[in-house]
Design a protein. Sequence first.
Length: 212
Amino acid sequence: MCSSDLSETGIVNTLAAAAPMVFTGLAVGVGFKAGLFNIGGTGQVLVGGFCAAMAGAAVAELPVPVAVPIAILAGAIGGAVYGLIPGILKAYTGAHEVVSTIMLNSLASFAIVGMVNDLFRMQGPTFARTASVGNAALPVLVGRNGNLGVLIAIAVIPVVYWLIWRTTLGFEIRTVGANPNAARYAGMNPRFLVVFTMALCGLFAGLGGAME
């Protein structure tokens, strides 16, 4: 293999590895805009990846254009639901999101390991793993690892920028992050915005898990 092939392979592999990191970066960055420190990316990625794997295994025999979106959507929903938990705790009990998300990271790790080992383990392999996702796997576009996740990550970035900087909802998210009391006096709903933002962060992290 010539050096140019190695260089191309390295670039493709780097981009493929970066795709989940883009989503987890968004999961943290969007939270910052609302004054939230989402340390729960690890747990949300794990839950999203697990949900995507389970959904992918369930639809593994369906056509690729159907199976792939279902698996990705399952990962996004799983991450969003897991992000919803610290959001609700923050909004309605005042529990600091740093503490609750760190605890939820550990919970996700132990729970998923337990489920893969004891409930959803694929028979045959000597190591614990879930069933094959078959046609729900992300299509490989370039080389061995350059899958569709790279394009999805690139496409999501401008959408998030537009949401945060060009929409009323984005303005409210930024206002709550800057001054919750001022946001409340202006007629906004800080509790809803905190819960929504944490769920949105979880959704992005869940997408990162689905890409993995």
